[in-house]
Design a protein around this ligand. Structure first.
Ligand code: FES
Length: 67
């Protein structure tokens, strides 16, 4: 892992959700604001297309959501 990646494997400016082009940076920002998956989806369009990003979004929530 480089400094820019974590267990999710995405670079900060890489799209986690290909359908919406939502970057890892944007998703982390919303998670840290306290948004749940529905809110992140509504605000960014992530997880509102093919659903292929579901696993990656779960990884990000597991890694960055306040415990
Ligand atoms: S990759 Fe996120 S909805 Fe398709």
């Amino acid at each position: 892992m480089s400094d820019n990646t974590d267990e999710t494997g995405f670079e900060l400016d890489e799209a986690v959700c290909i359908c919406s082009g939502t970057t890892k940076r944007k998703i982390i920002e919303l998670i840290e604001e306290g948004c749940d998956l529905d809110t992140v989806s509504r605000k960014t369009g992530a997880y509102s297309g093919c659903g292929g990003c579901e696993y990656d979004l779960e990884l990000l929530f597991d890694a960055y959501q306040a415990k």
